[in-house]
Design a protein around this ligand. Structure first.
Ligand SMILES: [Mn+2]
Length: 244
């Protein structure tokens, strides 16, 4: 029976070798059993360009390439941390880059995939920042800098955003239900799967009497992750741990 796996918010980096090893193990042991693996953003804690070959990127690329060569279809969606992932990295891994939002049909259910940051419309400062850095001119200008200069600039952005978020109410950084309703309506979808907020849960609701559901993925820890598996018999949450 075909299986579609969904994960997000791994935030892999050289500073967190444990979660990198845990992810490599997940690819080798669990993802390889699935027909499709969707990584819905923030695979990396930061991405400064496909030409960055620092640890742990080569090891991750090799692992994902092995996965796709073994027959698992791999899809990336940009997160707010790794939105500069480009076609070169996707080609090296054998992955397909998805737009955000991305509508797909899953066993007859129209499903919308998103990273999730677009849904946090109450965080106006973040949305203004997002519009600025997602402009094609920003990528052109940023990618023309040296790797060292890009690394410095990315670090400064992260520090700024960490300080800003510390002063924001928790509710501002969650999704806005009106935004959820409007995306599902625009795309004619009954199900939404997203990450970003690090608040894993299933939220059923209705639009004009029709049942809808929003599945939220969780962030990855050094030895545990909550993943979502969709097959013909429905949507399942699965706890993947080192003991699995
Ligand atoms: Mn995110």
């Amino acid at each position: 029976m075909p299986e579609h796996l969904f994960i997000s918010d791994l935030h892999l980096s050289a500073e967190r070798p444990e979660v990198v090893q845990f992810f490599l193990r997940f690819i080798k042991q669990r993802a390889i059993q699935a027909d499709h693996l969707y990584i819905l953003g923030d695979l990396f804690d930061v991405w400064i360009g496909d030409d960055d070959r620092h640890t742990p990127i080569p090891e991750i690329t090799a692992s994902l390439k092995h996965l796709t060569q073994s027959g698992t279809h791999l899809y990336f969606m940009h997160g707010n941390r790794d939105f500069l992932i480009g076609e070169d990295f996707c080609r090296d891994c054998g992955a397909e880059l998805l737009s955000d939002p991305k509508p797909i049909e899953l066993f007859g259910t129209p499903t919308l995939l998103m990273h999730g940051d677009l849904l946090c419309t109450d965080d106006r400062d973040y949305q203004a920042f997002r519009r600025q850095v997602r402009h094609p001119d920003f990528a052109l200008q940023f990618l023309s800098l040296s790797l060292d200069a890009r690394r410095e600039q990315a670090k400064a952005y992260r520090e700024q955003s960490g300080e800003a978020n510390a002063n924001k109410a928790a509710v501002i950084m969650d999704v806005n239900q009106q935004a959820v309703v409007s995306y599902l309506t625009d795309y004619g979808a009954d199900r939404l799967i997203h990450g970003h907020t690090h608040r894993p849960a299933d939220h059923p609701f209705t639009i004009d009497g029709n049942d809808k559901i929003r599945h939220v993925l969780g962030e990855w820890h050094d030895d545990s992750a909550e993943i979502i598996s969709v097959a013909e018999d429905g949507v399942k949450r699965e706890k993947y741990t080192r003991a699995c």
